[in-house]
Design a protein around this ligand. Structure first.
Ligand SMILES: [Zn+2]
Length: 368
């Protein structure tokens, strides 16, 4: 066991955020922090607690009609001379303040309130603290929980407390990458008529991309803007050779009304002419998005508790892991996503308490 002081879940959310930031937990080294979180949750006495690697799971079992899952990763990107935390004016600085130990602190405050014997939340609660979010997807602790203990993720609504600047960001977009390779024949550039230039073969696909009109889709009142873009280009052999290979790397960010297959089908359609002309289209990776699910009563009640309309989430987040099980999932956290992973990472102190208060109101309330 470590000799770190235990976490005090009765401390205010700012103090608790600082306590979490001051225990370094760069991806892969979450154990000391996970130990503290596990011990604090077990000490409450009203939660079923399970540990899987450095993921800590805890839940109430009160037989309530609805269950809300709250999820937060414990790891951070590498520290950049920004631990321990420090307060400057109305900001708390430090690695993980925004992404996402302030969100974890809110979760722990809720556990401290609703996870004790005799507490009467209106909804059952599941807390998922997990490891390795900031590294390769195969290591992701939430993915491991989904594979090994998926029952722990089930609920009527999942709230991921990643930084959203205190707004409800619903669902998330999917992301697909594809490589489009143009074929050619190598030749000496002094006799270029003997070859076929693969780089020139990309002119058509590039024109297609430049002219592409991306969709805007409204789902449950949130507008998702798609994008199909070249994000890489490669080709060329030498300064005197007609190249026989050239390829575009394309990224398609798609609205969650398309699933993974529909997204691939769309990209095939966009490049149908190029493929007919001899190009090869390969899919590199594809992660489906998540529908906002705001029509679900449990989600609508949460948006009402926050008091501001939800907006679309751009970018892929772990909410998609819940959506894969058909669970509506939203992003809601006090951190500022623009500051995540920066040396100047901080959180506005006045964002912390309102995030806790909105969740307390929602979880105490009697609405469905
Ligand atoms: Zn994060």
């Amino acid at each position: 066991m470590s000799d770190l002081p235990p976490l005090d879940l009765s401390a205010d959310v700012l103090t608790l955020t600082r306590a979490l930031v001051d225990v370094p937990s760069v991806s892969g080294d979450e154990k000391p922090l996970a130990d503290l979180v596990e011990a604090a949750l077990r000490a409450l006495g009203g939660l079923e607690v399970e540990r899987i690697g450095d993921a800590v799971l805890a839940r109430t079992n009160l037989g309530r009609p609805t269950r809300v899952v709250l999820a937060g990763h414990l790891d951070t990107v590498p520290i950049a001379d920004n631990v321990p935390s420090r307060i400057e004016g109305d900001r708390l600085y430090g690695c993980g303040t925004s992404d996402m130990k302030s969100g974890d602190a809110v979760m722990l405050r809720l556990a401290g309130r609703f996870g004790v014997p005799g507490a009467e939340p209106a909804r059952d609660l599941t807390f998922v603290f997990y490891d390795n979010e900031e590294v390769e997807a195969v290591k992701n602790g939430l993915g491991r929980v989904a594979r090994e203990r998926r029952g722990w993720l089930y609920g009527d609504l999942a709230i991921v407390l990643e930084p959203t600047d205190g707004e409800v960001e619903a669902g998330c977009q999917g992301t697909l990458r594809a490589r489009l390779s143009a074929a050619g024949h190598r030749a000496h550039s002094a006799r270029s008529w003997l070859g076929q230039n693969a780089i020139h073969g990309l002119a058509g696909p590039l024109a297609t991309l430049a002219a592409y009109r991306a969709r805007e889709v409204e789902i449950d009142g949130c507008t998702y803007r798609e994008g199909l873009n070249a994000v890489g280009i490669s080709g060329g052999v030498a300064g005197n050779v007609i190249p026989d290979e050239a390829a575009l790397l394309v990224n398609f960010r798609y609205a969650p009304d398309r699933d993974e297959d529909a997204a691939e089908a769309h990209v095939r359609e966009v490049f149908a002419q190029a493929v007919a002309d001899g190009a090869t289209l390969e899919f590199v990776d594809n992660a489906g998005g998540a529908l906002p699910g705001l029509a679900e009563p449990a989600a609508a009640a949460f948006v009402a508790a926050v008091g501001r309309p939800a907006r679309a989430k751009f970018g892929w987040t772990d909410v998609a892991r819940f959506a894969a099980f058909g669970i509506p999932a939203i992003n809601y956290g006090p951190g500022d996503p623009r500051l995540a992973h920066t040396r100047e990472e901080h959180v506005a102190i006045d964002r912390l308490q309102p995030a806790e208060d909105a969740l307390v109101a929602y979880l105490s309330g009697s609405s469905a």
